[in-house]
Write a protein that binds this ligand. Structure first.
Ligand code: DGL
Length: 268
């Protein structure tokens, strides 16, 4: 089924630039779709917020996507927001909402050593969702669940390989240094941008796993089964928005994605 309505955009949000690590996978797999990417930088970091704050922000963002952009689907490109607000969002809205959770399940299926580690924000690390993912998938395995404060803030500033970020990484990754892990799950969408720096402390054969590709595949599947795929034959467009400072967003996003980014500040 093809109709012009399906050219409506997919809303993608995160607290900041981290969600771009999901957006790039979406753009790769679904090049004809239009996206509206919103970085809620006025409220970053999400990883230190309460459940009610996170649900309240998520409501405002989804309302914004629906009312201002007529979004056909929403992708929560943020593990923290997903862990605390996806159930409330799905209860309130009828459009498809896809979340991002730490890739514990695939890591548990692939591990040979029987030991994995997950790094995430403090809120994700102590969330019921992550604990349940571990309980349900990692029976009899050794799992290191490491909450990392301030890592996302470094990425927000575009600091992906500076001394400050190395001090933080060294501190958090020390906990798994002499372990048997063969998979390290990057449970925050800001962390894929730190892969090169993480590799200084976590060497192969340990594999780094994030959820971007699987989420993009899932979005593609849901577009198809909900008859929401765009009918366009040309390349889609992405609109970059922030609730913070657009000059700062454009600069850091441009550095992370290695291309020129133009963005606009919006109120939600
Ligand atoms: N990028 C987000 C995540 O995946 C949250 C970062 C933050 O604002 O604390 O959890």
């Amino acid at each position: 089924m093809r109709n012009t309505k399906n050219n409506r955009p997919i809303g993608v949000f995160d607290s900041g630039v981290g969600g771009l690590s999901v957006l790039i996978e979406l753009e790769k797999i679904l090049p004809r779709e239009n996206f509206v990417f919103l970085a809620d930088q006025l409220h970053v970091p999400y990883g230190e917020k309460s459940k009610s704050e996170l649900v309240g922000l998520a409501y405002r963002i989804v309302d914004f996507f629906i009312n201002k952009h007529d979004a056909k689907m929403v992708v929560i490109a943020c593990n923290t927001s997903t862990c605390y607000s996806i159930d409330a969002l799905r209860r309130k809205y009828s459009l498809p909402i896809i979340g991002t959770v730490p890739a514990v399940k695939p890591a548990s299926e692939k591990t040979k050593s029987g030991a994995i580690a997950v790094i995430s924000t403090p809120a994700t690390s102590k969330s019921r969702v992550l604990k349940k993912l571990i309980e349900d998938n990692c029976w009899g395995m050794e799992v290191f669940n490491v909450g990392c404060k301030n890592l996302e803030n470094a990425v927000e500033k575009g600091n992906i390989d500076n001394p400050r970020v190395h001090i933080l990484l060294k501190k958090y990754l020390k906990k798994i240094k002499n372990s048997k892990i063969d998979y390290l799950v990057l449970g925050c969408t800001h962390y894929p941008f730190l892969k090169k720096s993480i590799r200084k402390y976590v060497k192969p054969p340990v594999k780094l796993l994030d959820g971007g590709f699987s989420i993009a595949k899932r979005v593609g599947f849901l577009l198809k089964t909900n008859f929401l795929k765009t009918g366009k034959k040309t390349k889609g467009k992405t609109l970059y928005l922030t609730t913070g400072n657009s000059a700062k967003f454009s600069k850091v996003a441009g550095k992370l994605l290695n291309k020129t980014i133009k963005s606009k500040t919006v109120k939600i």
